[in-house]
Design a protein around this ligand. Structure first.
Ligand code: ATP
Length: 190
């Protein structure tokens, strides 16, 4: 599947509806420091169902809602919509016949939150299931933030192995330190 379009409204620095199109050939978002590039990545992570606020560079989930600026008051709702194109493979499960799939997430200041797929309200679980086995997700290597390449290059070889195994979809064997020794100890003698 391919990211075709991202619509951002009231999310972080994007107060007004902003539509980002990703036609063939677009491979990056550039701009001066502080212009909101990382907010675009946060929007993608968020619509994929990220629940860890630290991954969204905030302290509480409400921090993703536009909080006002010098010339505009805060808004009450953040909404991100991602439009995916099917590419060479079909979409999973019930969406197999779709040429495009639209996934949305909304959050209100009241704390109320909504997800939808193709405008039909769904649960977070359904969004996660949609992306399961596709390699796309808020916690997969389909999103690589600033600094994470450096940390992968700099880690110890056994930790790098864990990254590679995870990226290849292999069940985690853990790091060498966490791997079982293979020795059996009778109960009470561990
Ligand atoms: P860098 O190039 O360092 O990654 P950037 O261009 O990605 O920076 P961001 O770190 O995404 O920029 O931040 C851009 C701006 O978004 C900051 O000025 C920040 O104040 C603003 N911002 C973040 N959250 C909110 C919010 N909830 N409401 C209003 N503005 C916000």
């Amino acid at each position: 599947m391919k990211l075709k379009k991202l619509e951002i409204l009231g999310f972080k620095s994007f107060r007004d509806r902003t539509v980002l199109e990703f036609p063939e050939g677009v491979s990056g978002v550039v701009g001066p420091n502080g212009c909101g590039k990382s907010n675009v990545v946060d929007a993608i992570r968020w619509v994929l169902g990220e629940m860890r606020v630290t991954m969204l560079r905030g302290k509480k989930m409400e921090d993703v809602i536009f909080n006002g600026s010098e010339d505009a008051p805060p808004v009450g709702m953040a909404e991100v919509t991602m439009v995916l194109e099917k590419g060479p493979y079909t979409f999973p499960g019930a969406y197999a016949d779709c040429a495009e799939v639209m996934i949305s997430r909304r959050l209100f200041r009241s704390g109320e939150s909504e997800y939808s797929i193709n405008n039909v309200p769904v649960r977070l679980l359904d969004v996660r299931e949609f992306f399961m086995d596709t390699g796309v997700g808020a916690r997969t290597y389909s999103l690589v933030e600033q600094g994470s390449i450096a940390s992968m290059v700099e880690v110890k070889p056994e930790e790098r192995r864990a990254f590679i195994e995870e990226a290849a979809g292999l069940p985690s064997t853990g790091t060498a330190r966490n791997r079982p020794s293979g020795k059996w100890s009778p109960p009470g003698r561990t």
